[in-house]
Design a protein. Structure first.
Length: 117
């Protein structure tokens, strides 16, 4: 028996706004979309899903630290684009001995870390 990783899901309250954040502002490539879910990173074995929170249990997971870290090639330009787009930074872009990092919030307050390495 084989078990593999399918996806990680972030719950949101508005899929249209989520698409604006994740696809338009953050620049994630869309792998597929339905009325309730958008999946990102086509061709990857593991996708990132953004799903409507349709029940109380899922709604309790909206607006939290996701534990997800995304690697950005040009993190400085991306952070400038996100600021221009009105995205809130929970932690501003900072440099450290191991690289650059920022923590951003989607429109529902879900926290996602961005790193350059």
């Amino acid at each position: 028996m084989s078990v593999t990783f399918k996806n990680i899901v972030i719950f949101v309250t508005d899929l249209v706004r989520a698409k604006t954040f994740y696809a338009d502002l953050l620049g994630l490539p869309i792998a597929g979309q339905s009325e309730m879910l958008i999946e990102f990173f086509p061709g990857s074995q593991t996708t990132l899903g953004v799903s409507l929170a349709l029940n109380d249990e899922a709604r309790s997971l909206v607006g939290r630290h996701t534990g997800i870290t995304l690697k950005a090639e040009n993190i400085i330009s991306l952070c400038e684009k996100l600021k221009t787009g009105g995205i809130k930074f929970a932690e501003p872009l900072e440099s450290s001995p191991w690289g650059k990092m920022a923590v951003i919030e989607d429109f529902d307050g879900n926290l996602i870390a961005l790193v350059d390495r």
